[in-house]
Ligand binder design. Structure first.
Ligand code: FAD
Length: 458
């Protein structure tokens, strides 16, 4: 196929989440035909799975300007920009109307199972860059189809692959066999079945991000309620507790994000959760009653728990991109030029400067991983960052390189400094600044006696 014919093809967007739909809106705004392929039965399928979780971002921070422009003629009214949506609100009041206005440009029940270059496997160089992409789709009714695309924007997120509990990144011994008592999602405690699963029970929560904070706060609320007497959490952290463990607290420029960490701290301070630090899970065993005993790499064994909630992050599904020449960082599985900006081993502030097509390009021209997926395994993604990414990527696809390279966003500071990476180093190493972006590594603190981390920016 010649270059002119290829340019007549649609840009295939994988996933109808906030990123994919925003990308489609930007493409439509530049008169380029988008085709969004969504595996779920509705737009926003992943977001709907955590519909009970309230975002720490306001409505003002989670809608895309090009999408708003597309929605305006339909009479869509943007929700109060200062209020906080739940995942369900985000899906119903923004993503679904946006999918509706895009109409047949969004196909649901359409899972992408492979992407390649037409007639060229990964090895073949000849004429590679001028060939269109082939995109293999499996529909919910079992049909298969192969589509051609001029470019591919992979906005399929990371929700489908939660990380396991094992401290070495693999499922711990016995983890799979304990599946009946393990969840990898923040529970919806308004749901009667989920509530009875955790009410009055001892639950281990593994993880140290916003989702773990949310789960700890929800379990503490359950413990305080009439039907929750006896509910107790064991909070399992791979690292020690430091000034940055609870996020930026009141120094976070996103107050609701800061408040999540403070709620987790309150759960511990009020006795609804015990924190176990430096615990890298090695195995799940059962006691005589079938409850789970967690064993650490250093041999420590915890008291048995009824349930475990593993919230150790997510991973990108790269399986269907195997025939493409991607340039991915070996640690994060994020684009190589983006990785240094977001690598928690080096970049301890959690604050990322805005970026676009320059950081998101691969050796394979015309394919882009955006938003949640572009962060690979890095945990600090913000919706705002993703909208800027898709604006820049779509500008590049349209040939508007000046716009593609322009940065149009100021991001809020997390208020977390000197996180010192992912692993507590031996004492001798603590004297260094951990490669952080703005402050020395924080001292370990005693729970209940110290204030949250100081602001990065101040
Ligand atoms: C509980 C939770 C709370 C969060 N809160 C905030 C917040 O307050 N503020 C903030 O800025 N960010 C927040 N985030 C982070 C981020 O903004 C969201 O995860 C957001 O949904 C990411 O958008 P996305 O479009 O990149 O991916 P997703 O929303 O995950 O969408 C990806 C879509 O692709 C589809 N898909 C997957 N694989 C395929 C395939 N092979 N073929 C076709 N379709 C496929 C999925 O079904 C899904 O609909 C939160 C994340 C979580 C999990």
């Amino acid at each position: 196929m010649n270059a002119t014919a290829t340019e007549q093809l649609p840009v295939v967007v994988i996933g109808a989440g906030p990123a994919g739909l925003a990308a489609a809106a930007h493409l439509a705004g530049r008169s380029i035909e988008p085709l969004v392929l969504e595996a779920g039965v509705q737009a926003g399928a992943a977001v709907r799975e955590w519909s009970h979780v309230r975002l720490f971002s306001t409505w003002g921070e989670v809608t895309d300007p090009a999408a708003e422009k597309l929605l305006a003629p339909t009479g869509w009214v943007k929700p109060d920009a200062s209020t906080y949506p739940t995942g369900g609100d985000w899906a119903e009041r923004y993503l679904q109307p946006l999918a509706d206005v895009l109409g047949d440009k969004v196909r649901v029940g359409a899972r992408v199972t492979g992407v390649s270059r037409s007639g060229r496997d990964r090895i073949v160089d000849a004429d590679r860059a001028t060939q269109p992409f082939t995109v293999y789709v499996q529909y919910a009714d079992g049909r298969e189809e192969r589509l051609l695309a001029r470019a591919v924007i992979d906005a399929s997120g990371t929700w489908s692959i939660p990380s396991p509990a094992g401290g070495d990144g693999l499922a711990a011994l016995g983890e799979r066999a304990a599946a009946d008592r393990i969840s990898y999602r923040v529970p919806d405690l308004n749901d009667a079945a989920a509530r009875s699963r955790y009410a009055g029970k001892r639950t281990a929560v593994i993880g140290s991000g916003a989702s773990a904070f949310t789960a700890l706060a929800l379990l503490a609320d359950l413990a305080k309620s009439d039907d929750g007497t006896g509910t107790h959490a064991t909070w399992i952290l791979r690292r020690g507790i430091s000034g940055s463990t609870f996020g930026g607290g009141t120094a976070d420029q996103l107050p609701a994000r800061g408040a999540l960490g403070l709620a987790a701290k309150a759960a511990v301070d009020d006795g609804h959760a015990d924190a176990v630090t430096g615990f890298r899970t090695d195995a799940f065993e059962r006691d005589d009653e079938g409850r789970l005993v967690l064993v650490a790499e250093d041999g420590r064994r915890l008291d048995a728990v009824d349930e475990v909630i593993v919230l150790t992050g997510f991973r990108p599904d790269l399986s269907f991109l195997d025939e493409l020449r991607l340039g991915l960082d070996e640690r994060l599985q994020a684009p190589v030029d983006l990785a240094p900006l977001i690598d928690p081993n080096q970049h301890s502030c959690g604050t990322v400067y805005p970026h676009g097509v320059k950081e998101l390009s691969h050796p394979e021209e015309g394919v882009y991983l955006v938003r949640m997926k572009s962060y690979g395994r890095a945990p600090t993604f913000l919706a705002l960052t993703g909208y800027e990414q898709v604006r820049s990527v779509v500008a590049a696809i349209s040939g508007d390189h000046e716009s593609a390279e322009r940065v149009e966003l100021v991001l809020p500071e997390t208020g977390v400094c000197g996180g010192a990476g992912l692993f507590d180093q031996p004492a001798a190493d603590d004297a260094t600044d951990g490669g952080g972006c703005c402050a020395p590594a924080p001292d370990l603190i005693q729970l209940g006696t110290a204030a949250p981390a100081p602001s990065c920016g101040s």
